[in-house]
Design a protein around this ligand. Structure first.
Ligand code: ATP
Ligand code: MG
Length: 593
């Protein structure tokens, strides 16, 4: 009984000792737990030998700890027991044995799992006592193992939490790093963006091109800084589209509105020029180009540019003036070459004046002056005088005129006027002229003098091209008519030296000449005159020799309706207008009148 009391008391004492353990073990490493457990078992609880095998919660090495002394045979027994356990608990040899008991004693052993199904490991004790294991021993071991399991679990939790914390820290660090990287990239992108925006602004400023986007459905309009600068607005944000439209020159505004309205209705691209009237009353010329497209919402949207072409327009006007002046100078030069023809053209009516005046005198000197006949002669004198005045007026306009002035013209009239001027020139070079002018051509809108200049240049070039030719008759053919596209054409064909493929286009370049005395300016002027008339001028080599120079002119819109009548009359034979019927410059012999 006294023994029993003692045992109970010591068991109670051991239990109390054990109960203090968990507080110390919470949150500590498995190895410390294993060592502490082994020491308690082999120390405070009085077992002779304790072995603790703990699994590493992180899946690392298994921890083996021993305390006290074991006999070799006990260790063999223990090893055998372990080999029957699960893979994780079964290890071949038990390491770290503190010492062997060499006394001839035998140890009784017991193995207790730590945690359910020994998930945390196991504990084995060896005891010399012959009554081992008593109920109290079993209880103490189980309690100790349970404490170790709890500590192991808490160590696991701590470990997991630490790991989770580490992972969170790592993730946070990575995130911070990524944020820093992205921020740097973003800053770099911002710098690049600012740089390219600055470049774009500069490019727009230098090229005087403003860009804009216009959503037709939402009426939203966005413009670049240069866009508003061209329009003369300092603060783009406060500008409405109506204010932009207000800038259009009053004379152009209606046209602009109409053009934009029509294009946006049909979803067509925009391409037009108009003037702006600025607040200081200055005028700017702008060229608007915009591409029509659909945005992601399928709405019609224009993306375009407004180019300030004022400087170009002024330069163009200056160029035009220079060209006109040059054209005038070359006209004078050409006329200089045609003095013989001109003199003839002027002399012809003057000779008529003299002859008719003399005839008049003769009618009056008669014994019975024939006043009727004298009057007719004076009529002739007046008419010839007028004709001479007309020739001189035309010559003067050829010499002086620089301004372009387009009027509805019959191109055949223009051809005939030129032919009159070059008659003598043709005759002196033994050139036979054939005129194949289509009758009743529709009118064209043109500058009479400029068109005369073109034809004169072509005829003079033709004459000069035939000069070196000695083995065939010199023939020049001037044709007029309507081509397949209903445009009026005039062509001048010679049988001269012809043109090489290489020179076919070069001839129209200013200062290209193959003549020792040529300036090489004639054809380039002809071409610019044609362009100013929306016409075209080109050359083709003729077979077997010679060349044809042809120009086409759009017909005057007002006379377009005449085409039909022209076409129906074209089949009818008409007298050749080239045969200018000249009336006698002198009265018929006396008595005839
Ligand atoms: N009918 C033609 N046949 C062959 N070559 C021609 C004919 N017309 C022009 N050319 C070629 O084209 C060149 C340029 O002609 P263009 O009338 O421009 O200048 P040019 O006659 O040489 O000098 P100018 O300035 O005095 O007219 C000529 O030099 C000549 O080589
Ligand atoms: Mg020439």
């Amino acid at each position: 009984m006294a023994n029993e009391n003692l045992r109970l008391r010591s068991a109670l004492r051991d239990l109390v000792a054990l109960s203090t353990i968990p507080a110390g073990w919470i949150g500590i490493e498995p190895r410390t737990i294993a060592t502490g457990l082994a020491d308690i078992l082999a120390g405070s609880l009085g077992f002779d030998f304790a072995f603790v095998r703990m699994l590493d919660p992180t899946g690392g090495v298994t921890i083996d700890v021993t305390s006290g002394r074991a006999t070799r045979s006990f260790l063999d027994w223990l090893q055998t027991q372990l080999s029957t356990l699960d893979e994780s608990l079964r290890r071949q040899t038990i390491q770290n044995i503190a010492g062997f008991d060499e006394r001839p004693i035998s140890l009784r052993g017991m193995i207790v799992p730590i945690g359910f199904n020994a998930y945390a490991g196991l504990v084995a004790v060896g005891c010399e006592r012959s009554d081992f294991p008593t109920e109290a021993d079993r209880m103490l071991l189980t309690v100790a193992a349970n404490h170790a399991a709890t500590a192991f679990r808490s160590a696991n939790l701590v470990n997991e939490r630490r790991q989770a914390e580490q992972e969170v820290c790592k993730a946070r660090d990575e995130l911070e790093m990524k944020v820093a990287e992205r921020t740097a990239e973003l800053q770099q992108a911002m710098v690049e963006l600012a740089r390219s925006e600055a470049k774009l602004i500069e490019a727009q400023r230098v090229s005087q091109t403003g860009s804009f986007v216009w959503n037709v459905s939402t009426h939203e309009r966005i413009g670049s800084r240069e866009f508003f600068r061209i329009l003369g607005f300092d603060e783009p944000h406060s500008v409405t589209w109506e204010m932009v439209l207000e800038r259009a020159h009053p004379e152009d505004r209606a046209q602009v509105v109409e053009t934009v309205r029509q294009a946006s209705r049909s979803g067509k691209d925009l391409d037009y020029e108009h003037r702006l009237l600025m607040p200081d009353r200055s005028v700017r010329h702008v060229h608007v180009v915009a591409h029509a497209g659909r945005n992601s919402a399928g709405q019609l949207e224009y993306v375009g540019a407004v180019v300030d072409v004022t400087a170009a327009k002024h330069a163009e006007e200056k160029l035009h003036k220079t060209q006109s002046e040059l054209a005038r100078v070359t006209r004078v030069t050409t006329l200089g070459e045609l003095t013989a023809s001109i003199a003839h053209e002027v002399n012809q009516p003057l000779a008529g004046v003299i002859a008719n005046a003399e005839a008049c005198l003769r009618w009056l000197d008669r014994e019975n002056p024939d006043l009727e006949a004298a009057r007719r002669s004076v009529d002739w004198v007046i008419k010839d005088g007028n004709r001479a005045t007309e020739v001189i007026r035309r010559l003067r306009s050829l010499v002086n005129k620089t301004d372009s002035e387009k009027t509805p013209l019959d191109i055949n009239d223009v051809v005939n006027e030129v032919v009159a001027l070059v008659q003598r020139e043709l005759a002196s070079h033994q050139i036979s002229l054939q005129m194949k002018l289509a009758p009743a051509l529709p009118m064209i809108l043109g500058d009479r003098v400029q068109l005369q200049q073109v034809i004169i240049n072509l005829v003079v070039n033709g004459i000069e091209a035939m000069q070196p030719v000695t083995d065939r008759p010199h023939e020049l053919v001037i044709r007029s008519g309507l081509d397949d596209t209903q445009q009026v054409f005039v062509s001048v064909t010679d049988c001269g030296v012809g043109i090489s493929a290489e020179n076919e286009e070069r001839m129209f370049n200013a200062f290209f000449t193959t003549k020792s005395s040529g300036m090489g300016i004639g054809l380039s002027i002809c071409r610019s005159i044609m362009e100013a008339h929306d016409g075209r001028l080109w050359a083709t080599a003729c077979s077997p020799h010679g060349a044809t120079f042809q120009f086409t002119l759009p017909m005057n819109a007002d006379t377009a309706s005449n085409v039909q009548s022209f076409l129906s009359s074209a089949g009818a034979a008409m007298p050749n207008p080239a045969r200018r019927t000249r009336r006698p410059i002198s009265p018929a012999p006396p008595g005839v009148h």
